[in-house]
Design a protein around this ligand. Structure first.
Ligand code: SF4
Length: 377
């Protein structure tokens, strides 16, 4: 359908199923069950229809992201039903449809069939090319399975492949991390998301952290800086703290989050932003399926502040022209004054009255720096 005079909307679908819980993972998921997957798809379809009634007249959908959890576990027929329901209930002008793919579950689907449904981007949860590191993370897949899934995706004609890489895995060495990053290039991937292992409360790793062979904070910083440098050398341009791509292959859907554009998140734990209002579904499959999907509203946001926080995660940084276009006013002068202090420490770059961005070292301290730029008086 033609674009028309409507703003765009991204849709995120959370698929809350995994074969087994990875010991470091804090995303919401339940152990996979085939019957439950069918029930969940029905609940999702209901929810898509309800939101379509509310929003379809105001938006066209240009990006869809199926994440989780392990979306491939749903199988082709459930995935088809979800897309079909979105197509029947929203105006579409699709630019990008991404599905997350766990190498251990990629036999569940045919990527040729997924391509026919419109999926044009696959994000693969590789984490590492080293089998020992994968084991220490509690992952069920091997590197061979990652190679196989990349091959299947490419044979299906989907070229836009993103690989997840984990930094600071127990027992990871400088060399093994470099090997994983080099594989990103030889595999032909277009995008890399490189995340540092975080020990989150409520996970098994949190309980076991003293027994894990975790690296020191100093080593973590070195690993991050080396990763940024090596990925740049390998032709992946950094555009966000943890995201790198070949030219033109940045994630269109994820950019909506950092640009605070509208997106609708469906499924337990999925977050939404509509008209500068944030809300989310509780972390409960039962609630979503049986209790008519109650949603929780977040505290009122100050759009200018949230926009500043999120833009400073991007390499481009906070740009006056874009800020002016979005809010009809210039970036507050005090942000520049505060940022100059960090420029002296090589943690930020400032072009007076025009742009503020963080350096690679600055990204390592981003929370602290962003808060000081915004709130120091
Ligand atoms: S497969 Fe992914 S979503 Fe599922 S538990 Fe492991 S890391 Fe978390």
């Amino acid at each position: 359908m033609a674009k028309g005079p409507f703003p765009s909307l991204g849709i995120y679908i959370h698929v809350p199923f995994c074969i087994k819980k990875c010991p470091y993972c804090s995303f919401y998921s339940e152990i996979f069950d085939k019957e439950l997957a069918v029930i969940y798809t029905k609940a999702l379809s209901r929810s898509i229809k309800t939101w379509g009634d509310r929003l379809a007249k105001q938006y066209y959908v240009d990006t869809i992201y199926l994440g989780g959890g392990t979306p491939l576990l749903l199988g082709e027929s459930n995935i088809y039903k979800i897309f079909n329901t979105i197509g029947n209930n929203f105006r579409l002008n699709i630019q990008e449809i991404t599905i997350e793919s766990n190498p251990g579950s990629s036999d569940e689907v045919s990527f040729c069939e997924l391509k026919k449904m419109g999926i044009n981007r696959v994000s693969i949860g590789m984490q590492s090319t080293n089998n020992f590191e994968l084991k220490s993370l509690g992952r069920l897949h091997s590197h061979k399975q990652t190679v196989n899934v990349i091959d299947k995706v490419r044979k299906a004609g989907i070229d836009n492949i993103s690989l997840d890489v984990m930094l600071n895995i127990p027992y990871q060495t400088k060399e093994s991390l470099a090997n994983t990053l080099k594989f990103c290039r030889t595999s032909g991937a277009k995008h890399v998301s490189a995340y540092m292992l975080k020990i989150e409360e409520g996970t098994q790793f949190f309980k076991l952290q003293n027994e894990l062979n975790l690296c020191s904070e100093e080593e973590q910083c070195k690993n991050y800086i080396n990763t940024v440098l090596l990925l740049e050398d390998l032709g992946f341009k950094q555009y966000e703290i943890s995201n790198f791509s070949k030219i033109g292959f940045y994630s269109k859907h994820n950019l909506k989050y950092w640009n605070i554009e509208d997106y609708l998140g469906l499924g337990p734990s999925a977050h939404s932003l509509i008209g500068y209002k944030r809300f989310y579904y509780k972390d409960s499959l039962k609630n979503f399926v049986y209790k008519d999907s109650p949603i929780v509203e977040c505290q009122k946001m100050i759009p200018e502040e949230e926009y500043t926080m999120l833009q400073l995660r991007l390499n481009e940084g906070l740009v006056n022209e874009k800020y002016l276009k979005k809010f009809g006013k210039s970036i507050p002068k005090k942000y520049f004054k505060n940022a100059i202090l960090f420029e002296k420490l090589e943690l930020a770059k400032v072009i007076s009255d025009n742009r503020i961005s963080l350096t690679t070292k600055g990204f390592l301290l981003s929370n602290r720096i962003i808060s000081d730029i915004l709130f120091n008086t």
